[in-house]
Design a binder for this molecule. Sequence first.
Ligand code: GAR
Length: 205
Amino acid sequence: MNARLVVLVSGAGTNLQALIDACADPAYGATVVAVGADRDGIAALGRANAANSAIPTFTVKVKEFSTRSAWDEALADACEQFSPDLIICAGFMKLVGKAFLDRFTGRCLNTHPALLPSFPGMYGVRDALAYGVKVTGCTVFLVDEGVDAGPVLAQAPVSVYDDDDEATLHERIKVSERALLVDTVGRMARHGWSVNDDRKVRIGT
Ligand code: GAR
């Protein structure tokens, strides 16, 4: 089976690019069938358009809906059009809500630039640096109704250097993050996955 991936983005899209590049190998087991965004004019949408056979894109902006739940429903509808096996939030800077999760819980994953449950939220890199940790990293997890709180799929550590600032540390985390995301999505696509009642995730049988 070739898993159908819908990737949601808000910014540079380097994680998206890593997935697009991985999908070029048929043995990877997945294809990016669409890229969705919450805003126009971002580099990530350019990456979708520039892909070998241009990847369809859609944009669903919060401000175009009268309520957040209407936006949530519209985002879910837009994703559903592409019959995804997995939805990947790759630097998507919006929290999805109940309408979205009612349809996609268990097959929507996110990537975060810290070792959850430490430093959830918008500023995972900044918060880790401010706390003074010597090791941080990245986490790929299944999205639930919490903020960066869902079952963990994979994690990788990254050392913090004395002279790091937020930008240098984030760039180093992103190198690990791209590899972790590509590896995790590929294993899920090829081998399947399950989540126990105690929120432990198992990839493969
Ligand atoms: C990634 O580091 C991702 O973990 C982070 O945004 C970056 C996106 O990079 N996401 C969050 O902080 C979500 N809370 P990219 O656009 O180059 O893939």
